[in-house]
Design a protein around this ligand. Structure first.
Ligand code: SF4
Ligand code: SF4
Length: 280
């Protein structure tokens, strides 16, 4: 089972749900936790894994072998990201725009493109009791998170239940994170902003054909628009979490809900049963 936890916008409690669900499953099944929110990973504050390995991640960016280049322009033509410009007697490469797809070097008729690794971040591997943990950390100033997310996901352990903490939003990094999931959970809150971002996230998951359900956090604030929307769209609301000062205080202290309110463990286990029913 690959289960991703996403949210249309930040600050809805996505990581809270992901870590509490992962810890609640301890004892019932083996879990691997992947924090794919590589621009701002924070699950480790709550899971407190012991990190035992660190591995830098590189993006293959082109380097032109000027002696072989005929300035034919083919590489600039194939690059969908405008990361190469061919002038009369030089080729300019813009590494910060390069996605490392390898298309230019593959299609250069003169084999005049070598690839060199550009560091974009690091992966850290750890464990918290039986839970396996991996997160990616994008280097400061780097913008290319999907290749790092891909690399983290390349280390999935299919023998375990995999919980992916996706980045917030609906852009490329989110799609890269949730792609291939058996089920996704969307964490939202019942406010007009929550609803707007939820609609976008729902469209994305429907496009990717991933079954999903909703977790309504701070369920007693705002209005009923999110519930009405879910009803109309036939989207199951799998769990509601009320506004609770104790949860907010625990979060600010790096503690989990089940640590401070153990009764929640059963609620997260019930949530997981509902998730299993959603799996195709
Ligand atoms: S495709 Fe190859 S030969 Fe043509 S301009 Fe680019 S690097 Fe030079
Ligand atoms: S590797 Fe891909 S993204 Fe990078 S310059 Fe070549 S074609 Fe463009």
């Amino acid at each position: 089972m690959i289960l991703s936890i996403a949210s249309g916008k930040g600050g809805t409690g996505k990581t809270t749900v992901a870590v509490n669900l992962a810890l609640s499953l301890e004892g019932s099944c083996s879990v691997q936790f992947l924090d794919c929110d590589v621009e701002e990973p924070n699950a480790h504050f709550f899971l407190k894994p012991l990190i035992h390995q660190s591995q830098p991640v590189f993006l293959p960016v082109p380097e032109i072998v000027e002696e072989k280049c005929t300035y034919c322009g083919k590489c600039a033509e194939v690059c969908a990201y405008n990361a190469i410009a061919v002038l009369k007697d030089t080729v300019l490469v813009f590494p910060e725009l390069c996605h490392g797809c390898g298309g230019c070097s593959l299609l250069c008729p003169e084999q005049a493109i070598k690839e060199k690794g550009k560091r974009i971040g690091v992966m850290e591997f750890g464990a918290a009791n039986d839970l396996q943990f991996i997160h990616g950390k994008l280097d400061i100033g780097q913008a290319m998170s999907p290749p790092l997310i891909r690399e983290v996901k390349n280390h999935m352990n299919r023998e375990r239940t995999i919980i992916i903490d996706a980045p917030p939003g609906t852009s490329c990094p989110v799609i890269e994170s949730v792609k291939g999931s058996d089920v996704s959970l969307l964490v939202t809150e019942p406010t007009p902003f929550g609803l707007n971002d939820l609609r976008l996230a729902v469209e994305t998951l429907r496009e990717l054909k991933i079954p999903f359900g909703i977790i309504l956090n701070r369920a007693d604030i705002g209005d009923k628009q999110v519930q009405d929307y879910c009803l109309k769209e036939n989207i199951p609301v799998l769990m509601t979490i009320p506004t609770d000062r104790n949860i907010a205080v625990a979060y600010s202290e790096g503690k989990t809900i089940i640590e401070t309110q153990p009764a929640y463990k059963q609620k997260f286990l019930e949530l997981f049963k509902k998730v299993q029913k959603l799996k195709k």
